[in-house]
Design a protein around this ligand. Structure first.
Ligand code: HAM
Length: 441
């Protein structure tokens, strides 16, 4: 019988790579918490409608990429392809808009699922750190969010001893105005696209989507579309004075903090819910999939999900896998990734003979309960193999116990780098204090 492989595009992230991956994720979450965002957990699946209505009918995500299934109760459920719609759904379910404590600022990290064509930097199962601020239209929060993402990505790079700065990380910024600005703009954009369609020059994806949301024409990768869109009317020339003022304020706040923003009039992002501030972080050392994160305002999303009053929001998501790829130069699922392993434990117990098993096991357990990372080798293995295993664990100390030690009520503490060793009475308190001293704790 053949073993069952992992699903295409759903890599396993194994030690020691997982330590580097987790450090990136933790640095991002810690940054969000520094900005006052609290961790939230929501289910990995939602009613399909949350994404169908929230993310939008013109998007690749909803049209092609959702893992949708019927549960045994006949409900249509979908594994989350992105986080924002589910977070807004959770806020509405909990009555947060009426709760008073606004803005509601939350963050989380977890897996997302999109049925995409796997390639470098693009998987079907991947991890994001997602940050959302709900119930606020203040441009200050928009600026805060862009800075948070920038700081989080920089902190993430530092965990790998690398630096993200203006030379290798771009922050692209645009404004998409308000929903009220859209009908007139959509009409202008569609009028611009009509003759291209009549001449058969529009790609199929744009022809099918432009009457749902013509903005999608800006992120079509089909041949010839970029040239056509180069002269298209721009949304920024069709937005209200209020949205313009909002954008000016965001830009001012970001410039004052030295964020190296690049104004990108054609940045629309692949989700339909965006309004006003829209931004993306791109790592310049990645190829086609260069976005390591992105976000924006979604002032109408709560209404799309059935809330009958305005409940604005803004957020971002950072791709942990792509950030890892950018800073380590290999994808986290690469079995050939050469990542230096870190010490797994500090102390390794080596039982030489069956009589040592029980007293040594008690000592190792006592150390663990004192927060000292410790492991014990199998008593059936030979001494040589046990010392090899201790080296592999990168422990600094070995606790060695053979027949002599058992007979004398002692244990040998051996420094694995210098070879020095001392005997210690078989008393957990004494062993603990010697070990603490040797480890400089
Ligand atoms: P997104 O741009 O679709 O935004 O995803 C954010 C980041 O997740 C991307 O920049 C990328 O780094 C990573 N990512 C997306 N798809 C994949 C994939 N197939 N494989 C690997 N990494 C991927 C959102 O998801 C929005 N919910 C962000 C947001 C939050 N907007 C407002 N609030």
């Amino acid at each position: 019988m053949k073993i069952i492989d992992s699903v295409k595009g759903a890599p396993d992230i194994l030690p020691p790579v997982s330590a580097g991956f987790n450090a990136i994720e933790a640095a991002m979450l810690t940054t969000a918490q520094t900005f006052g965002y609290e961790r939230i957990r929501t289910p990995v699946f939602e009613h399909t409608e949350v994404f169908a209505r929230g993310v939008g009918a013109s998007t690749d995500i909803v049209n092609k990429e959702m893992y949708t299934f019927e549960d045994k109760g006949g409900r249509s459920l979908t594994l989350r392809p992105e986080g924002t719609a589910g977070i807004v759904r959770a806020a509405l379910s909990a009555g947060i808009p009426r709760g008073g404590a606004l803005p509601w600022k939350v963050c989380w990290a977890g897996e997302l699922f999109r049925y995409e064509r796997p390639q470098s930097g693009r998987q079907r199962s991947f991890t994001q750190v997602d940050v959302e601020a709900l119930g606020t239209s203040d441009p200050l929060i928009d600026a805060e969010m862009v800075i948070l993402g920038w700081d989080a990505l920089r902190a993430a790079a530092r965990t790998a001893g690398k630096t993200f700065d203006a030379d290798n990380l771009e922050v692209r910024l645009n404004t998409l105005g308000d929903r009220a600005d859209r009908p007139a703009y959509h009409a202008a954009l569609n009028a611009y696209l009509d003759p291209f369609e009549a001449a058969g020059q529009l790609s199929e994806d744009v022809v099918t989507r432009r009457h749902i949301n013509p903005l999608r024409a800006f992120d079509s990768k089909a041949p010839g579309m970029a040239e056509i869109m180069a002269n298209a009317p721009l949304l920024k020339d069709h937005i209200s004075e209020e949205a313009r003022d909002h954008h000016r304020m965001v830009v001012r706040l970001l410039e004052a903090e030295g964020i190296p923003i690049i104004h990108d009039d054609r940045l629309v992002r692949g989700l339909d819910y965006y309004t006003r501030t829209t931004f993306e972080y791109q790592a310049t050392n990645l190829g086609a999939q260069s976005a390591v994160g992105g976000g924006g305002r979604f002032d109408g999303l709560a209404e799309d999900l059935g809330w009958n009053e305005p409940f604005q929001g803004i957020g971002l998501a950072l791709g942990v896998d792509r950030t890892y790829l950018s800073v380590y130069g290999v994808p986290p699922g690469d079995p050939n990734a050469r990542i230096a392993p870190a010490p797994r434990v500090e102390v390794y117990g080596i039982p030489m003979g069956q009589d040592a098993l029980e007293p040594l096991f008690s000592l190792v357990t006592a150390l663990r309960r004192e927060g000292i990372r410790a492991e014990m080798g199998e008593s059936t293995r030979k001494a040589r193999a046990l010392f090899k295993a201790a080296d592999r664990s990168m422990a600094r100390l070995a606790l060695v116990m053979g027949d002599d030690e058992v007979a004398q009520g002692e244990v040998t503490i051996k420094d694995l780098s210098t070879g020095e060793q001392v005997s210690c009475p078989l008393d957990p308190a004494k062993v603990l204090s010697s070990i603490r001293q040797a480890l400089n704790l």
